[in-house]
Ligand binder design. Structure first.
Ligand code: ZN
Length: 201
């Protein structure tokens, strides 16, 4: 379970896709440094941005795509080396293979199960009653844009084909490449079939 976005400035008093936050932490290992490959926990500001990005309107109804969400876009402005690139990479991976499409409201007892969407990792998430549910995009469109390829690489570098189990592996790896076990993000830089931008909705 993702840590609550705590602190007086981080009060989450609105419905949001906690399942997406937990999916990210379960599927995106620490990309580099001494803890590369270990389970990642989003920084408070990263979690705060994630829960706002996936804030759901209380009036959302099943079948709505962009209109189900409170915001249409997110912009993060922060100094260098604060984790903008890795956070963007986690959101990119969630868009590619994680539960990000509103799928109705839980009434109690529902679960998101990776295996239902082709991921063999065994992870699952139990919704609480009244919580918004989500499912992956069937055909995600991933586009990364920037003013230079180096800037795109800041985000794409942590998104190699092997960063998450089956779903992102099968969707981001080259067609002739066999799925690999999860490895630390920077271990196979530059691989993947998506390398451009995505702004959705
Ligand atoms: Zn999984």
């Amino acid at each position: 379970m993702a840590a609550e976005a705590d602190g007086p400035e981080f009060v989450v008093d609105f419905p949001t896709l906690w399942v997406t936050c937990d999916w990210i932490e379960a599927h995106c290992p620490v990309p580099d440094g001494f803890h590369a490959g270990e389970t990642m926990e989003l920084y408070p500001w990263q979690l705060w941005c994630t829960v706002n990005h996936y804030r759901v309107k209380p009036t959302a109804t099943l079948g709505q795509l962009a209109p189900a969400f409170y915001y249409r876009r997110s912009q993060v402005v922060a100094p260098q080396k604060t984790g903008k690139g890795p956070w963007s990479a986690t959101v990119t991976l969630a868009k590619a293979a994680g539960p990000v499409v509103f799928a109705g409201w839980a009434t109690g007892g529902e679960r998101f199960r990776c295996r239902d969407y082709g991921c063999s990792c065994g992870w699952w998430y139990a919704y609480r009653s009244g919580e918004p549910m989500a499912r992956p995009w069937p055909t995600p469109l991933i586009q990364l844009t920037a003013s230079s390829e180096d800037q795109v690489a800041n985000v794409f570098r942590p998104v190699p084909s092997s960063s998450v189990p089956r779903p992102a592996t099968s969707r981001t790896s080259s067609p002739d490449e066999q799925p690999q076990r999860p490895l630390p993000w920077p271990s196979r830089p530059g691989q993947g079939t998506f390398r451009h931008a995505h702004v959705r909705p």
